[in-house]
Ligand binder design. Structure first.
Ligand code: ADP
Ligand code: MG
Length: 698
């Protein structure tokens, strides 16, 4: 493979300098190796011909066999196009070209058989194909039954480089390497264990498969390679960090933990909470620094887990701090925690951007002399001027607002970096978590406290609004509270503001005997807090809001969540919003309002919400429908992922296999120094382009 990676693409038969330059600028293909790794996006089953009379709206690209009846050039200048009437005996369709018109008109003849590949589209009841691939049936020999379709750019197509041309180039190379062979960087025992084909077979079959199953095997192998090297990258990074960075050892469970556990526990821990606390304890006792992600659905009781772990830190003569993304959340944590620990004499204080200077001075002093045990706050707690005497444990709540940069700042808060627990209610499927938060260990609370009734979720159209609001009225009458949420998305702020304000007026007009609070993201923080406070203390019955309430607010008396324009929210976001209700013992309701005519896809998406309350299922569905999107982009570990064929969303099983294989390799050859791993090391360096950068520590 090394030789192929070093061979310029222009030496491949049929390429030459001009096409080589084009391939390089358009697709980044420079070497023969790059060309071989330009994998087909999918395949067309060449054994199957479609009849024009059987076309339907949702067809992918298909092939049709028939003849052109006539050609015509229509329009003028830049707007001109060539149309051909094409008949396969069952019906006719229009074939349209916007480019190379003159040349194509010369090239194609009437009364000659052609096979066309393209995606049928329907316009005013007539079928047409735009820029299909056209070829005489006789050209179809020598390929398997599956015709690969390669990712291309517009510019390449304009220059006559279509899928078929790419395939011909690749086939030349594949035929050659079949003779010479390529070095496989993957040890044969791994391949054998997983039943994956050798590299040379996979490269041949992915481009020139003789059957669908053989294409699948080849794709699995190439996906595995990508994922394997990604995992290798993440694991070596994590291991290096663990090896080089020591941690505080917390061997004791002492006074604070024990007294609290015996005397102040508000309820019995769930099995999942107990298990997670054990995992965290083991980390903190190991002598290595903990970086652990705690996932737990909304309402699963992460706060109590965090508190118990903070008490362990206190028992080992260190301080603890907890960070939340907003002032409201920080205040809520502060209140919950200071109330819970009041009987055992722990000094807890809150620090946010709006803490007055005088109080701030007290906090700074007490942090430095060690008399302040637990500090709760916003980003303010990690500012440089906040100095702890001995910070042993940090909790970060609702992790998605805190990146690796903030974590790195915490590492530096002490000579020995404190243990870090990152808590998130955004459930991420395990395989994705392993990759996206590759340097974090993961614990999961997969059980809700007993006695919770699942929220009843309904999808309702605009014309049911009256009924929906009547339902809300019944709950209010029973003394419960309700949220009404409007989307507020930046580009549309004006429109959204109007709908939010109209909603507010509608509610005030229709529910005159109830008190209505009103919050949105553009309010001053103090005003926002005031409004939230009104709702939290039941001085308001209805909260009309934007998604500022999404994260963490706890109002157990609220039993109704109405989400307007629900189609504009992502599933995970809807799930977070829904998590605001169902926190008490009574039945709660979440109503997703949408306009009348939503697409089939949108309906399917929203039906995920009505069919399950399990955050992991919602997240998984979200991932399948939208792909990992943001998550992949904001890799917490700061490691770049460049997956061309594998998908973290849909190749979960392979991610896990790749992880295990990479881990085994590093176990017995941590630096890939053994002679049998030379090719692997080279491939890794090529993919991650940082040869000899193994000492990198963030
Ligand atoms: P989240 O995981 O969303 O942060 P919280 O920690 O806010 O959840 O807990 C949600 C609610 O459940 C709180 O009111 C909390 O007091 C309660 N809770 C937590 N653990 C338990 C438990 N083991 N049994 C009963 N209620 C619990
Ligand atoms: Mg919480």
């Amino acid at each position: 493979m090394q030789r192929l990676n070093a061979t310029d693409i222009k030496y491949v038969k049929g390429v030459g300098p001009k096409r080589a330059a084009l391939l390089s600028s358009e697709l980044g293909i420079k070497s023969v190796g790059d060309l071989l790794r330009h994998f087909p996006a999918h395949y067309i089953d060449r054994t199957r011909m479609y009849a024009i009379s059987s076309f339907s709206g949702e067809m992918p690209a298909v092939q049709v066999r028939g003849r052109f009846v006539s050609f015509a050039i229509q329009g003028e200048g830049a707007k001109s196009r060539l149309t051909g009437l094409f008949s396969d005996g069952t019906a006719t369709m229009e074939v349209v070209w916007f480019r190379q018109i003159k040349k194509l008109k010369e090239l194609y003849a009437t009364m000659t058989d052609y096979v066309l590949f393209g995606k049928p589209t329907s316009f005013c009841g007539r079928w047409s194909m735009v820029h299909p691939e056209v070829e005489p049936p006789s050209d179809m020999h020598g390929e398997g039954s599956l015709r690969p379709v390669y990712p291309l750019t517009e510019k390449l197509r304009n220059q006559g480089v279509n899928s078929r041309v790419i395939h011909t180039m690749i086939r030349t190379v594949v035929d050659r390497i079949a003779l010479g062979g390529v070095t496989d960087s993957m040890p044969p025992d791994i391949l054998r264990r997983l039943g994956l084909p050798p590299l040379s077979t996979a490269l041949r079959d992915i481009h020139c498969p003789s059957s669908p199953s053989c294409a699948d095997m080849a794709r699995a192998r190439m996906k595995f390679d990508e994922l394997f090297y990604l995992q290798l990258d993440i694991l070596q990074y994590t291991r290096r960090r663990k090896l080089s960075v020591g941690g505080m050892r917390f061997p004791h469970i002492g006074h604070y933990f024990n007294t609290f556990y015996k005397e102040c526990m508000p309820f019995e821990l769930t099995g999942a909470q107990k298990r997670v606390i054990k995992e965290i304890r083991a980390d903190m006792g190991s002598g290595r620094q903990m970086n652990r992600l705690l996932q737990g659905d909304v309402g699963s009781g992460k706060t109590l887990v965090a508190l118990l772990c903070m008490l362990i830190a206190l028992d080992n003569s260190t301080q603890a701090c907890m960070m939340a993304p907003t002032e409201i959340l920080a205040a809520q944590h502060y209140e919950t925690i200071s109330r819970l620990v009041a009987p055992i004499g722990i000094n807890v204080k809150m620090l946010t951007g709006s803490t007055p200077a005088s109080q701030r001075a007290v906090i700074h002093r007490q942090l430095e002399d060690g008399s302040l045990h637990i500090l709760i706050g916003t980003h303010a707690v990690i500012e440089d001027n906040v100095v702890f005497r001995n910070l042993g444990f940090t909790v970060i709540d609702e992790q998605h607002r805190f990146g690796v940069a903030q974590r790195a700042r915490i590492w530096k808060k002490n000579t020995v970096p404190p243990h870090i627990l990152v808590m998130t209610a955004t459930p991420i499927p395990r395989t994705l978590a392993m990759t996206v938060y590759g340097d974090l260990d993961v614990s999961v609370i997969d059980e809700l406290p007993p006695g919770r009734k699942p929220v009843t979720t309904m999808l309702r159209f605009d014309d049911h609004r009256i009924d929906v609001y009547k339902g809300m009225g019944r709950e209010l009458k029973a003394g419960r509270q309700a949220y009404i949420v409007y989307p507020l998305i930046k580009e549309n702020e004006k429109v959204d503001m109007r709908s939010l304000e109209e909603g507010y007026e509608f509610v005030r007009d229709n529910f005159p005997s109830y008190r209505v609070a009103f919050v949105h993201g553009r309010m001053k923080p103090a005003e926002k807090d005031h409004q939230m406070e009104l709702f939290a203390t039941h001085q308001a019955d209805i909260l009309v809001a934007t998604t500022v309430i999404e994260v963490g607010v706890n109002v157990p008396n609220a039993s109704v969540m109405i989400i307007e324009n629900a189609e504009r929210f992502g599933l995970s976001q809807l799930h977070q919003l829904r998590g605001r209700v169902g926190r008490g013992a009574d039945q709660s309701y979440c109503i997703l309002m949408t306009k009348q005519n939503i697409s089939a896809d949108t309906r399917k998406r929203l039906q995920v919400m009505t069919s399950t309350t399990d955050g992991f299922l919602v997240a998984e569905a979200d991932l399948k429908m939208r792909g990992p999107g943001d998550l992949e982009g904001t890799l917490q570990s700061g490691l770049a992922v460049n997956l061309k064929i594998a998908s973290l969303a849909s190749d979960g099983r392979l991610v896990e296999l790749a992880r295990n294989a990479a881990s085994d390799i590093l176990d017995n050859d941590p630096f890939l120094e053994k002679p049998e791993h030379v090719a692997m090391r080279r491939e890794y360096d090529r993919m991650y382009q940082r040869a000899s950068d193994w000492s990198r520590i963030s």
